[in-house]
Design a protein around this ligand. Structure first.
Ligand code: SF4
Length: 251
């Protein structure tokens, strides 16, 4: 191939990548960082501040803003007005998560319910009040001391369980939240969250009350507060699980 062909091919690649970047931006993914090559002369450039600035070695690098970000704010911005799964169609608010970004303790639930969807905050309905009581009255902490998030960030219709494709689309956001917060302990709330975190099909009745590991982080599965509202007799089991968490945090 002669140099003219090289230049034409490079220009075509640049146009293709520019369109790709523009699609990212239209999708609300945000700045994609390093990339691409000068459209006009095919010469790599870096440091112009333009999202189209980049280096030759970056030419075919598709930077993932979710995995690249170093902060919860950056992660939230990267998620944007997410349309990566069908749950986006029914949501009022995307429920990202709330709490201390440096929390030692993180709670992970299944997904937003009606109240959470309306308010944009996890665990704010009746089940949320019960979780707040566990945190404040049971553990002697403030809600803002811990971090609270869900496996999926948008409300499933009629509060059904999230479907596998929805979990697959949304799980990277939870993984990144956990990576950024890096808590000492995760409390998994309910069958769905625990089975997702542990990649297990075991029933919550078998998993709860025992320490597990989520990529080296201590994980305590327990019942979901919504289950406790329907089965208040099992509150004592949750209290047994929470006492183990309190003990571990004290240590
Ligand atoms: S559930 Fe997650 S992947 Fe699906 S639209 Fe909401 S934020 Fe995006």
């Amino acid at each position: 191939m002669d140099s003219l062909d090289d230049a034409e091919e490079l220009a075509a690649v640049a146009v293709s990548l520019r369109r790709h970047l523009e699609r990212h931006q239209r999708a609300g993914i945000g700045a994609v960082g390093r990339a691409v090559v000068s459209k006009t002369n095919g010469v790599a450039a870096r440091g112009s501040g333009s999202p189209l600035a980049g280096a030759e070695n970056d030419l075919f690098v598709d930077v993932n803003p979710v995995s690249e970000t170093g902060s919860l704010e950056g992660l939230r911005a990267a998620i944007g007005d997410c349309r990566r799964c069908k749950l986006c169609a029914g949501r009022t608010n995307l429920v990202f998560g709330v709490g201390n970004p440096n929390a030692r303790l993180m709670f992970v639930g299944e997904g937003p319910g009606r109240d959470e969807d309306l308010q944009g905050e996890p665990f704010v309905g009746r089940a949320g009040q019960l979780l707040t009581d566990i945190i404040t009255k049971g553990m002697g902490l403030r809600r803002e001391d811990v971090y609270i998030a869900n496996v999926v960030k948008c409300r499933p219709p009629e509060n059904r369980n999230p479907e596998p494709d929805e979990v697959a689309a949304c799980e990277p956001f939870l993984k990144k939240q956990i990576e950024l917060i890096h808590p000492e302990i995760i409390v998994g709330l309910g069958k769905f969250a625990v089975q997702t975190l542990l990649q297990s099909k075991m029933p919550i009745t078998k998993l709860r009350g025992q320490w597990h590991s989520y990529h080296g982080i201590k994980l305590m599965p327990t019942f979901h507060p919504a289950y406790l509202l329907r089965n208040p007799g099992d509150k004592k089991l949750v209290w047994e699980d929470i006492k183990k968490v309190i003990e571990a945090l004290g240590a």
